[in-house]
Design a protein around this ligand. Structure first.
Ligand SMILES: CC(C)=CCC/C(C)=C/CC/C(C)=C/CC/C(C)=C/COP(=O)(O)OP(=O)(O)O
Length: 400
């Protein structure tokens, strides 16, 4: 991705980010147009964003018209299209599950599937309380499926981030991937796998985002620097954007939504990216103490900063300006995601909106800490957290 002068002023930084973002989405638009496919209906996510960004960054808008998609964007977009096509296919041919196995097969020696799902629910309740609360609004089928996906993601993450992380090798991840393929074929290894195996037999969930999440874990085994936002974008897709693509087939799109399937999946992807970028910005200090820098090095250099500045961890004006730009970019992804929420099935809106707002507020907290994300951990206070829940609930209800 071409990078313009990023360090000269904060408005230039913002324009730069908007430019990058604009280029990404302009490519999506161009692609849809060339393919003449599913975006027959309103691609709600893209147009308003384009309009506002064109007003703010005309130079970037001009370059957007001629730029091409990068390899990362191309790769990710292909997965979005694939997942959206699978959902549309399932909607066009409702009826019995698409896969060959049935509940009794996957339950096998793992006992009753109901127990397996209950255990998934317990894990979700323990590690993601707010989200678990939100899942209570969903139909039992959907709620159980979301728990099963959550548990698989958590276990995958724990391979490289958990207590046994130092023993994890690429070979172990290959075995985990083989196990994934097996459960998608109706051959689960344990009861948590059995729950997911059952879920993917009932909902049109593609295997690719799951494989891509494992790929993200592989990256984490050896990669600790990201040359550009394009590289970071791919990483964020692998470890978080994938979650959006996995869960929307279960949460469902509102039957009366006029949005294209693809645009809702793009919004889901955007939420994963926004969450991950926020996570990265919150944890700069913590990551640097583990020798990791999840920031685009080219943008860092353009801001007049070096890797040593990160390791030293001093908040300077250059750092503040750089962070302003990074936060602005994350917010653009949140904005895009938020537009998609209204198109989810009504019972799924509230938990998604509440978690979106809670995570987004971490960005405000970084600002409130005067951009000291080296030694201060930005967090959202209990009062604000609690307030987000009814507000999100009311907003989700209005949208229905
Ligand atoms: C917007 C639309 C249309 C759909 C929503 C689709 C969804 C649910 C997207 C969410 C994707 C998601 C939850 C990604 C994970 C992001 C992330 C960085 C999680 C961090 O998890 P932890 O590491 O447990 O967080 P903490 O470090 O904050 O505890």
């Amino acid at each position: 991705m071409a990078v313009s002068s990023f360090s000269s002023s904060s408005s230039a930084a913002v324009a730069h980010h908007q430019g990058c973002f604009l280029r990404v989405h302009a490519r999506f638009l161009l692609h849809d147009h060339q393919q003449g496919r599913r975006n027959r209906r309103c691609p709600f996510v893209v147009r308003p964003l384009m309009a506002s960004l064109v007003a703010m960054a005309p130079a970037a808008a001009a370059s957007a018209r001629v730029s091409r998609r990068t390899a990362s964007e191309e790769a990710v977009y292909e997965v979005v299209l694939r997942q959206a096509a699978l959902v549309e296919e399932a909607a066009a041919a409702p009826g019995p599950p698409r896969r060959r196995w049935v509940e009794e097969d996957v339950a096998g020696s793992w006992g009753l599937l109901g127990d397996a799902y209950d255990r998934c629910g317990e894990v979700c309740a323990e590690y993601a309380k707010t989200f678990y609360l939100g899942t209570q609004l969903m139909t039992p089928e959907r709620r159980k499926a979301v728990w099963a996906i959550y548990v698989w993601c958590r276990r995958t993450d724990e391979l490289v981030d958990g207590p046994n992380a130092s023993y994890i090798t690429p070979k172990a991840l290959d075995r985990w991937e083989k196990r994934l393929e097996d459960l998608f074929e109706g051959r689960p290894y344990d009861m948590y796998d059995a729950a997911l195996s059952d879920t993917v037999s009932k909902f049109p969930v593609d295997i690719q985002p799951f494989k891509d999440m494992i790929e993200g874990m592989r990256l984490d085994l050896w990669k600790s620097r990201y040359k550009s936002f394009d590289e970071l974008y791919l990483y964020c897709y692998y470890v978080a954007g994938t979650v959006g693509l996995m869960t929307v087939p279960v949460m469902g799109i509102a039957p009366d939504s006029k949005a294209s399937t693809e645009s809702v999946y793009n919004a889901a992807l955007a939420l994963g990216i926004a969450n991950q970028l926020t996570n990265i910005l919150r944890d700069v200090g913590e990551d640097s103490r583990r020798g990791r820098i999840y920031l685009p090095l080219d943008e860092l250099a353009e801001a007049g900063l070096t890797e040593d500045d990160i390791f030293r961890g001093k908040v300077t004006d250059k750092w503040r300006k750089f962070m302003e730009g990074q936060i602005q970019r994350a917010r653009l992804f949140f904005d895009e995601a938020e537009k998609g929420v209204a198109h989810l099935d009504s019972a799924s809106r509230w938990p998604v909106l509440a978690s979106l707002w809670l995570y987004r507020q971490i960005l405000d907290a970084i600002e409130a800490n005067d951009y000291n994300n080296f030694t201060k951990r930005a967090y959202v206070g209990k009062a604000k957290k609690l307030l987000s829940l009814p507000v999100a609930y009311a907003r989700a209800a209005v949208a229905s």
